[in-house]
Write a protein that binds this ligand. Structure first.
Ligand code: DGT
Ligand code: CA
Ligand code: CA
Ligand code: ZN
Length: 589
């Protein structure tokens, strides 16, 4: 079991205990343990295996939880969870995936209305029976009705790219230990950097498919073999994810990698371009169309014109190589045919990070710690953007506390510059909230003293489209606002975006010179690739930000860069690839 598996198990225990009305401290202990384990860089298995250490050294892990982690690592099962599951109707798990419904609310609905499926809840909403339950109302009822479709959608059970990537890296490491593996690449939606991933695809070059397939089946995380053929096999891996492996020989590796990277739409387009040149493409190679292909002649010498590398495959079709992130069947093949593919932004182009939190609000690390780690990561500038006062849950900053923080930042910058050129410049920033009734949660005379202002919408997300749009445009028109944070507010698999006219937002940003964010948090990743591409087209600059809530939070920048690449953004389209001096020139004030 991976850290993520164990954390997910503890979250489930907490949900079920809460559903049963269990002790709040016990519920909280499981949730805290889940958060600790999820945030660990090293695996809990390694901590447990180390004779010099103990699981109980980890924050929030006592003897009982350490024991349960041990059970999970040894048996991949937890008797407590099995027991809890037996005593709770299975529909509860479905209902808890509806955005806005936690264990307590689900219990109220099940007890009061006998809800036993998404459908019966839908009917109850339509008949107004949910609104009549204590603690609910007409507004909640209509929000639930709107969100049932979201929870029912099977797309919303896919792994986040970052979760898929963690599994993929482990898997590649294991497979590379097999001497018969000559080349190996991850393919499919993981390689295209999609926000979420359905299953993992692997392409291997080897002369010994049996040995390679045996290696996958022997992985410690493989729980079942779903399919086994001569050159392909599918297994069940961690977190229930399916892994598809295809083994080919040297001549076909590029063709197979191209084929299994997809997308299907991209491949269909590529095949039709090839056909215009009298060629046919499959997972074994590119062939001249002159003769009928049978299984025997597919690999016959002379007929095959490409296949060993992806570059060759695209070249045979008259195209330059297309970055996997662009292979979604939009306009990438036309661009590749005309030599007009964008030079995509890279992680190494990023110079600064302009959205992060500290212990002053809901961050886990202090200002000094965040700065220290930012320097070690080679960032040239960062903006500290704790929450404004509206975010009471995070102890948002009022003007007085904010000005105190900015004085600390001034002193910090001075001390960094003591020995000449400072390794980093820390910008005095704030993440202001767009209030439900309009306006921001800090006054203009405070914001005018900031170096950098992120404006975000956290409350009143269910307001109608014209209200939400007006609130965001009002913030864009504020001369002190530098960037709009996570402009659609969605959380992948958990919460749909708010209803906002994104074209109007982009137009307002263009008019005023306001930046729009790609929030690199793997749950957010908004603007999405379509919106970010539209922003680029309108000449609006994008800022890719981590929204880090701890020093580990800097890691996710790569997820944001991947999203920007999927949108076709180049370094020039991304404001935080600039030096600080250039960035300042680009800002609207
Ligand atoms: P996923 O797994 O749902 O996140 O998305 P993908 O794109 O990884 O899809 P997957 O795993 O079903 O297949 C991987 C790639 O293999 C896919 O992007 C294109 C190729 N492929 C798979 N099946 C077909 C097919 O029936 N026709 C074509 N043209 N390509 C296919
Ligand atoms: Ca896949
Ligand atoms: Ca697959
Ligand atoms: Zn934030």
């Amino acid at each position: 079991m991976t850290n993520a598996d164990i954390a997910a198990t503890f979250e489930q225990v907490a949900d079920l205990l809460e559903y049963q009305g269990g002790n709040v401290f016990r519920v909280r202990a499981y949730r805290n343990a889940a958060r600790t384990i999820d945030g660990l860089v090293e695996s809990v298995a390694a901590v447990r295996a180390d004779p010099k250490r103990s699981l109980t050294d980890l924050e929030g892990i006592g003897a009982d939880l350490a024991d349960k982690i041990g059970t999970l690592l040894d048996t991949a099962e937890l008797p407590l969870l099995a027991e809890l599951r037996k005593s709770v109707p299975s529909v509860v798990f479905d209902l808890m995936r509806i955005p806005g419904l936690g264990p307590k609310k689900v219990k109220l609905l099940v007890d009061a209305l006998g809800i036993d499926s998404f459908e019966s809840l839908e009917t109850a909403c339509r008949e107004g029976r949910v609104a009549a339950v204590k603690g609910f109302g007409a507004k909640t009822q209509s929000a639930i009705l709107g969100n049932i479709g979201f929870a029912k959608n099977p797309d919303h059970t896919r792994l986040l790219w970052q979760e898929a990537d963690a599994i993929m890296q482990d898997l590649l490491g294991w497979m590379r230990g097999c001497p018969e593996v000559r080349q190996i690449e991850g393919a499919g939606s993981w390689r295209r950097g999609r926000e979420t991933v359905g299953d993992l695809d692997l392409v291997v070059e080897s002369g010994e498919p049996t040995a390679v397939m045996d290696r996958l089946c022997g992985w410690k995380e493989t729980s079942a073999v779903l399919l086994r053929g001569d050159t392909k096999t599918s297994v069940r891996g961690p977190q229930g994810v399916q892994i598809d492996l295809r083994v080919v020989d040297h001549r076909s590796f590029g063709a197979a990698l191209q084929y299994f990277t997809g997308s299907k739409e991209h491949n269909v387009g590529l095949r039709s371009l090839a056909r215009e040149r009298g060629l046919t493409i499959n997972e074994y190679g590119v062939y001249e169309l002159t003769s009928e292909l049978t299984d025997d002649t597919k690999s016959a010498k002379g007929l095959c014109v490409a296949g060993a590398t992806e570059q060759d495959v695209y070249k045979a079709a008259g195209l330059s190589w297309v970055s996997p992130e662009l292979r979604e069947g939009r306009d990438e093949l036309t661009a590749a045919a005309h030599g007009e593919l964008p030079h995509l932004v890279e992680l190494g182009d990023i110079c600064g990070d302009l959205h992060m939190h500290t212990t002053a609000t809901d961050g886990e690390d202090t200002l000094a710690e965040m700065v220290r780690v930012a320097i070690s990561r080679g960032l040239h500038y960062i903006a500290i953007t704790d929450h404004g006062q509206r975010v009471t849950m995070a102890r948002g900053l009022d003007a007085r506390r904010l000005l105190t923080q900015w004085e600390q930042i001034d002193r910090l910058n001075e001390s960094l510059a003591e020995d000449g050129r400072p390794p980093i410049v820390v910008l005095k920033g704030i993440e202001v909230d767009m209030l439900e009734k309009g306006g921001l949660d800090l006054p203009d005379d405070v914001l005018s003293q900031a170096d950098w202002v992120v404006a975000s919408l956290h409350y009143g997300q269910n307001q109608p489209r014209d209200r939400i749009t007006a609130r965001i445009i009002e913030a864009i028109e504020n001369p002190h606002v530098s960037v709009i944070g996570h402009p659609t507010g969605r959380l992948l698999n958990r919460r749909p975006p708010y209803d906002v006219d994104i074209e109007a937002v982009i137009a307002a940003a263009q008019r005023t010179g306001t930046f729009l964010e790609i929030n690199a948090n793997p749950w957010r990743l908004d603007l999405n690739e379509h919106h970010a591409a539209a922003a680029k087209k309108a000449g609006v600059k994008i800022v890719i930000s981590t929204d880090a809530h701890s020093t580990q939070g800097f890691d996710v920048m790569r997820c944001g860069v991947l999203q920007a690449r999927r949108a076709g953004l180049e370094a020039g389209d991304v404001a935080n690839t600039r030096t600080l001096a250039e960035l300042r020139k680009l800002m609207k004030r």
